[in-house]
Design a protein around this ligand. Structure first.
Ligand SMILES: Cc1cc2nc3c(=O)[nH]c(=O)nc-3n(C[C@H](O)[C@H](O)[C@H](O)COP(=O)(O)OP(=O)(O)OC[C@H]3O[C@@H](n4cnc5c(N)ncnc54)[C@H](O)[C@@H]3O)c2cc1C
Length: 391
């Protein structure tokens, strides 16, 4: 007897499979479910939780108004401004600043998936092959989808020539309340060892603070234990009485010096840090991850790879070219101990220029302001050209 046809039919492809529930993948998932809560979306994450172990900070200007519904639920901390400090120069910047934590991202993503009848979040799911319309899992299962999004994150060792932003951050519980109420985004009044070096302090609550020691270096090596000791010494010097280390986060972010290889046009939609969708100079990827999520949600899964995507990538690349040039100036034209002077000069610029620098929305005038004028002490174009600055 002939079997009913539907028993033999392959299951209909899902609308979207997203590989990697980090920052970029989670934002795409949330944006797609905002657009259509009944979408058949699968978000795959090989770890046990969404978002890993991060605090993602961003500036108000990084998030367009139309993305506030997407981003607001994720914000765990916010401040009305921040400070920067160099030897002989301090500045208070009146631009709001905020932070998303992985714990909050995990909470929001789980709740959204639990409320979406046809969406599925799978943690502990390791993808072994990610194609244009399929994903193979370590378990042997194959998922098919109209749109596959590859958001597997930074892949150290697979990028082209680069420098590194390296840091160790400690979330500290304090025995007595901290005096500082605003973030200290950059305190470079410290020994400039290992390249441009600064401390970053986020007051999270009266008795809780995140302190990071950050280095802009040529090499990727990071001695987490030694840098942790530096963080504790700095905290002590700032008068912070540490009761306990609550959490530690560390990162080695490649900062590209030249353009990377373009993603495979026949492969999945590559997003996030691993796809080069980051700020080449700050190593931050929050602003562009938000833009990508908005785009995918606006275009929908059928049109996500269409003209709008090409426009977004071209716009990103136009900005990225300038920031890679800045990286070459910073790493090839400046001795490591002099790099802080370039940043000190940058922080004297008008606030809107600083905001557009972070958001990667610089204008021609901003770019001219950033690179023109009397070069800071220690910047040698001759040295840079000898090292191939023109590449
Ligand atoms: C400690 C730290 C702090 C940072 N702070 C900031 C900040 O304040 N602001 C900012 O803008 N940027 C920050 N960055 C830089 C950048 O934004 C982050 O690295 C960001 O998390 C990159 O997003 P992503 O989604 O591309 O990658 P990730 O967030 O790393 O996500 C990738 C995810 O894919 C998963 N995955 C990988 N392979 C597979 C696989 N085969 N199968 C299934 N899942 C897989 C990983 O487990 C991971 O969860 C920080 C980076 C680090 C390391």
């Amino acid at each position: 007897m002939e079997q009913p046809h539907r028993l033999y039919a392959a299951p209909a492809p899902l609308d979207c499979v997203i590989v990697g529930a980090g920052l970029a993948g989670s934002l795409v998932a949330l944006a797609l479910l905002d657009r259509d809560p009944a979408a058949r979306v699968v978000l795959l994450e090989r770890g046990r939780s969404v978002g890993g172990n991060h605090t993602w900070s961003f500036h108000a200007g990084d998030v367009p108004v139309e993305a506030s519904g997407l981003v607001e639920p994720l914000v765990a901390h916010r401040w009305p401004g921040y400070d920067v400090a160099f030897e002989g120069f301090e500045r208070a910047v009146g631009s709001p600043y905020a932070a998303v934590t992985s714990a909050r991202l995990d909470e929001v993503v789980r709740a959204r998936f639990a409320a979406a009848p046809r969406a599925e979040l799978r943690t502990g799911a390791d993808a072994t092959s990610v194609g244009r319309h399929h994903v193979d899992l370590l378990s042997g299962e194959r998922l098919r989808a109209t749109l596959v999004v590859d958001a597997r994150g930074p892949r150290l060792g697979q990028q082209g020539p680069c420098a590194y932003q390296k840091f160790v951050g400690l979330e500290l519980r304090l025995a007595s309340p901290a005096k500082r109420a605003l973030p200290m985004l950059l305190d470079a009044r410290v020994a400039q060892t290992g390249g441009f070096r600064f401390f970053y302090t986020l007051p999270l609550a009266p008795d809780r603070v995140l302190v990071e020691d950050t280095y802009y270096s040529e090499g990727a090596a990071l001695d987490v234990g030694a840098v942790q000791a530096e963080v504790l010494a700095y905290a002590g010097a700032q008068g912070l009485k540490v009761a306990a280390i609550e959490r530690r986060e560390a990162g080695v972010l490649p900062l590209p010096l030249v353009a990377g290889a373009p993603p495979d046009p026949d492969g999945p939609l590559a997003v996030g840090f691993g796809a080069g969708l980051l700020h080449p100079t700050t190593g931050y990827s929050f602003p562009v991850a938000v833009r990508v999520a908005l785009h995918v949600a606006r275009a929908g899964v059928e049109a996500a790879r269409g003209e709008g995507w090409a426009r977004l990538c071209a716009q990103h690349e136009r900005q990225a070219v300038f920031f890679r040039l800045l990286n070459r100036l910073l790493f090839q034209a400046c001795a490591p101990a002099d790099r802080h002077r370039v940043l000190a000069r940058f922080y004297r610029l008008p606030e809107p220029t600083i905001a557009r620098f972070y958001a990667m929305t610089t204008t021609t005038t901003d770019r001219a302001r950033i690179v023109c004028g009397r070069p800071p002490q220690g910047l040698s174009l001759r040295a840079a050209l000898a090292k191939g600055l023109e590449t």
